[in-house]
Design a protein around this ligand. Structure first.
Ligand code: ZN
Length: 305
């Protein structure tokens, strides 16, 4: 790769002298989110900013910011690093999207590409973002891992880009101990598999209104009472599902990592009920927890996905 000796020669300059402003990326911020904030600081669009520092932009962002990512070639990243004067920029942005497969050939190029919903970044905590950006914006997107969706300081919940805003979950104080338990859980090698099983099970129970419905309804009411209504006709039931089920998801995941093998079904169900704060648990034949019980009896090798 050739390094341009004078990267800003023969290209239009941005409206301010290069590097005049210092815009730092947020932890795990998406490249599109960072470039949007950087361009905004210079009062231009992302494409104008890129072209101003010699980066050719291919494609267009979708209508929802956060649902598309901008993938930078190594040379483009170098241009950006020089422009922003942030030496570790390469490590800081764009972690969530795989390498583009775009031949670089020393060309500074950037390409917009849509990101499938499961891999999309989530909205950052607006209060942390305001603080980090010195009051310039409360909106950004970052690749949060499952245990990072709750901001433990401000109790905001990171939502997907299709949701209009993050959720203020201060009315759900039970989320904070769940967050701490989740962080402790992540130290275990089988944490990812246990969490994924638990999340799939509680999601199914929530959607089918089983086992914990009164508790979850109560939580959803508190959430709806303290937040503006979801955008675009989306239901509260869907918007609130992840934070509403979170305490039981974590309780179930911890229980799964601690349960000794070889218990009888009744024993296992009694312990599961206890972990969830229920008197008893009676599973209908098609309950997803049966699939887990039968998998556990086969002693699978848990693997991180
Ligand atoms: Zn925060």
């Amino acid at each position: 790769m050739s390094t341009p000796a004078a990267p800003f020669t023969n290209v239009p300059r941005p409206p301010h002298p290069a590097g005049a402003l210092r815009v730092r990326p947020l932890p795990d911020e998406s490249a599109a989110s960072y470039l949007h904030r950087l361009a905004h600081a210079y009062h231009v669009e992302t494409r104008q900013l890129c072209e101003g520092i010699g980066i050719t932009v291919h494609g267009h962002p979708g209508s929802t910011l956060g649902a598309s990512e901008i993938v930078l070639s190594p040379t483009a990243l170098h241009h950006l690093t020089v422009f922003t004067r942030i030496p570790d920029l390469e490590l800081a942005i764009g972690k969530g999207v795989p390498a583009p497969g775009v031949p670089d050939a020393g060309q500074p190029t950037a390409r917009w590409q849509p990101v499938e919903p499961a891999r999309q970044p989530t909205r950052t905590c607006p209060r942390c973002t305001l603080h980090h950006t010195r009051g310039t914006t409360s909106q950004a997107w970052a690749y949060h891992r499952a245990h990072q969706r709750l901001c433990p300081q401000h109790l905001w919940w990171a939502t997907p880009p299709t949701d209009r805003v993050s959720l203020d979950t201060r009315a759900l104080p039970e989320l904070l101990p769940a967050h701490h338990a989740h962080k402790r859980l992540t130290r275990r090698p089988d944490a990812t598999a246990a969490y994924q099983w638990a999340a799939a099970i509680t999601t199914r129970w929530y959607d089918h209104q089983q086992h914990l419905t009164p508790r979850w309804r109560n939580r959803l009411t508190r959430l709806a009472d303290t937040n503006p209504p979801p955008a675009g006709g989306t239901s509260w039931a869907l918007t609130g599902r992840d934070p509403v089920t979170y305490p039981e998801t974590i309780a179930l995941a911890r229980h799964l990592t601690r349960t000794p093998r070889g218990q009888t079904d009744r024993n296992f169900l009694d312990h599961t009920a206890h972990a969830l704060g229920l008197d008893r648990l009676v599973l209908p034949p098609g309950d997803l927890l049966w699939a887990l019980i039968h998998t556990k009896q086969q002693r699978p090798r848990h693997h991180c996905l």
